[in-house]
Design a protein around this ligand. Structure first.
Ligand code: ADP
Length: 354
């Protein structure tokens, strides 16, 4: 019994609390009403007492009913927000508020839409993170196992066999270099994708830039069967971009052209337009099948042919290129034909006196 009385009392108090924000207004209204009654009517002390008591009772009833109404509205909003946070609505049209809260319905629906988008993005991110970790561990495992295999064979006696010891050491060393390249690419891609990579834009001379890159690469060319050349163009041409990052783009594209061209030519072609410059890396290599073209910019994507071959690679080079070019507000285009060759082209902003 006592518990029931206490609960009812608490409920009454809490209803009053919900209307407490109107306390001052109701108090002022009551005082004004009391003063008006005293001024307009000739009331005795007893009548004044009755008036004051009636006003007090009226105030209490008013506060109590406002409290009930506000409590109902606030609880309704709370429950809708809780359902939105728990993603219980399949569609925003399922959110229907009572008549007194109709004005809020639009805002709550917009909030639900945004929350659902946030939840979907978070799920997508979590999935991408797991997928990324899966790829990374898989890609790291291959060179590590191979290095371990060679070292184990050497330790088990091959180290004294002059026919194989140097070859095995060289192979282990090559795989450690692949591992290093993979780690560098991984650092680059995670910096880019997490937005930590800051670009520093300025105008620079395109001819000197490309000439320097090509001269460096020529010295490391694996065979004399490849002719790497920079075709003539206006050597005073200035373009706008991050010089270091564009060097990475060119290095990745030219290294790919070299990797995938056994014998033939690699040409760097620059075409000047009125406001922009088109840079193309064209090779006469093995080409890419049309069905694969849409996927080569995905991170870790390597065609089955490349995976099966001994050509080293991480499948990250073109993903890095794409990110850098997009950060220059540009796009990279590719056209290719099997056994004829491949062309990668991107656009840069040209310096123009305006
Ligand atoms: P990888 O480290 O495997 O070269 P990339 O991201 O640089 O990774 O390239 C992805 C895939 O695109 C390569 O595995 C290869 O199949 C294909 N590719 C890229 N450039 C060329 C090219 N110039 N000629 C032929 N295939 C290419």
């Amino acid at each position: 019994m006592l518990v029931i009385v206490l609960r009812s009392f608490n409920k009454v108090i809490s209803n009053f609390k919900f209307s407490s924000i109107f306390l001052i207004e109701i108090f002022l209204f009551s005082i004004i009403l009391g003063i008006l009654i005293v001024l307009l009517f000739d009331v005795t002390n007893f009548q004044l007492f009755v008036v004051a008591l009636s006003i007090l009772i009226f105030d209490l009833i008013l506060l109590y009913s406002i409290g009930i109404k506000r409590r109902k509205d606030i609880e309704e909003i709370k429950s809708v927000i809780k359902s939105i946070r728990k993603n219980r609505f399949l569609h925003e049209d399922e959110i229907i508020l009572s008549k007194s809260l109709k004005d809020l319905e639009g805002n709550i629906k917009a909030m639900s839409r945004r929350t659902q988008q946030d939840i979907a993005n978070m799920e997508k991110l979590a999935h991408a993170r797991t997928e990324f970790l899966g790829y990374v561990s898989h890609e790291l495992r291959t060179p590590i196992f191979t290095i371990q295999g060679y070292l184990e064979t050497l330790l088990n006696g091959a180290v004294d066999d002059s026919n194989v010891n140097k070859t095995f050491l060289k192979k282990a060393f090559n795989h450690s270099e692949n591992l290093n390249a993979l780690l560098n690419d991984l650092i680059d891609i995670s910096m880019i994708e997490s937005g930590l990579l800051k670009l520093s834009f300025r105008y620079f001379n395109l001819y000197d830039h490309l000439d320097e890159i090509i001269t460096d690469i020529r010295q490391t060319l694996p065979s004399q069967k490849i002719n790497l050349s920079l075709q003539e163009f206006n050597n005073g041409l200035e373009v706008y971009g991050d010089k270091d990052k564009l060097k990475q783009v060119m290095t990745n594209l030219i290294s790919n052209a070299i990797k995938y061209t056994e014998e033939g030519s690699i040409d760097i072609i620059v075409i000047e337009k009125s406001k922009s410059v088109l840079v193309t890396v064209k090779d006469s290599g093995i080409g890419i099948a049309q069905a694969e073209i849409d996927r080569i910019f995905e991170r870790f994507y390597r065609t089955d042919r490349e995976r099966a071959s001994s050509i080293p690679g991480t499948g990250l080079g073109l993903a890095i290129v794409k990110h850098i070019i997009e950060a220059h507000h540009s796009t990279i285009e590719v056209s290719s034909e099997i056994n004829v060759g491949t062309e990668f082209t991107f656009k840069l902003k040209k310096f123009a006196l305006s």
